[in-house]
Design a protein around this ligand. Structure first.
Ligand SMILES: [Zn+2]
Length: 362
């Protein structure tokens, strides 16, 4: 027990008090009710130190001061709260370290958030989000194509592949009347295939490969994971309030699902193509051809650019699916080299003509 003086920060009075130390606190007795009697050592600050005299403050009550005289008090306090004697920059360093640790926790939370959140999103809710994305992207890119024969051929192919994937809900296939070469998996099993991709494909197996890949994304709900990671709470709130799907669509058009998700979708694609006896090789070559075509001539790009200049950069399959040696290697290691065509010649012709509606005649 030591003697000292308490300054309340309001009056000039130096109130005599008794001071004692516990392992975690500095206890002050002799105070009026309501004055801080227990000071946490962790929030203690050394305001001034003279010859065996210490003026202390506490972060819990910034206005008050405590003055204690005596070398033995200084020694006892030094033993109980050694960081008071550390240079200020080291304490600041600890605070900065604490902030960095806090930021790391936040980043980890954002990273793990989708794992917690995505399984909680109901199928009907995901369906609604997916339908909203499909409607918006279709409108932005020039409308839907739905020539019946082509749609039937594409759906027969897609439903057969989806059966192999073992999805717990049906898929919905939309064809977008755009020359942009793209396909995307929106939430709730909505898959959008752009006519540019159908026109660019050399064979039904190439289209099957892309569809199988998108079905892989559907199976693992990669779009929901990507959305909750990219726009997190905003995505949830906007969607729940039935608001605009603008951010949702642009995220799905511009953001890669990430290397791990793409590998997962590729593995699913190869597995279901194998089960259907369809070669995966054309799927791999399709990406290689797109990459080379983009580098060699700008003609396709220019066509599309005049049509959808703002959306071109977002809407390219290559922007979210860069071809990589790992992808090609996986396909060649696990996929069938030879396979049967998943469509008849007439079905293939119907699919190629899926956007030739009467509107296009004008
Ligand atoms: Zn993908």
């Amino acid at each position: 027990m030591w003697s000292g003086f308490f300054f309340d920060g309001v009056t000039a009075e130096a109130k005599p008090v008794q001071v004692s130390l516990t392992p975690a606190t500095l206890e002050v007795s002799g105070l009026a009710p309501g004055q801080p009697a227990s000071w946490n050592l962790s929030s203690l600050q050394l305001v001034a130190r003279g010859n065996a005299r210490m003026d202390l403050a506490t972060g819990d009550h910034p206005q008050v001061r405590l003055r204690v005289d005596g070398a033995d008090f200084a020694d006892a306090l030094k033993a109980a709260a050694p960081e008071l004697w550390r240079p200020q920059w080291r304490r600041t360093g600890r605070i900065v370290g604490g902030l960095l640790a806090g930021a790391a926790v936040l980043v980890a939370a954002l990273f793990y958030l989708p794992r917690v959140m995505v399984p909680l999103i109901s199928a009907s809710y995901a369906e609604r989000i997916g339908a909203g994305v499909a409607a918006q992207v279709t409108t932005l890119f020039g409308g839907a194509c739905n020539m019946l024969a082509g749609q039937a051929a594409l759906e027969e192919l897609a439903y057969g592949l989806a059966d192999e994937a073992g999805l717990d809900h049906p898929i919905v296939i939309h064809v977008v009347d755009s020359r942009v070469v793209n396909a995307l998996a929106a939430p709730g099993g909505h898959i959008l295939v752009f006519d540019g991709l159908i026109q660019k494909a050399n064979s039904p197996s190439e289209v099957a490969g892309v569809l199988a890949h998108e079905i892989g994304h559907v199976k693992y709900k990669h779009s929901l994971t990507s959305l909750s990671r990219s726009i997190g709470a905003q995505f949830i709130l906007t969607s729940m309030m039935g608001g605009s799907f603008g951010d949702t669509s642009s995220v799905l058009l511009t953001t890669s699902f990430g290397r791990a998700a793409e590998a997962e979708a590729d593995e699913t694609a190869i597995r279901i193509l194998n089960a259907r006896g369809i070669s995966s090789e054309p799927f791999a070559q399709f990406f290689d051809r797109l990459a080379k075509g983009d580098a060699r001539t700008g003609s396709d790009k220019d066509d599309a650019a005049t049509e959808q200049s703002n959306w071109l950069k977002m809407g390219n399959l290559l922007s979210t699916h860069p071809p990589s040696p790992e992808r090609a290697a996986l396909v060649r290691e696990k996929g069938l080299v030879e396979g049967t065509s998943p469509m008849s010649d007439s079905e293939w012709r119907d699919l190629k003509a899926i956007c030739e509606t009467e509107d296009d005649v004008f």
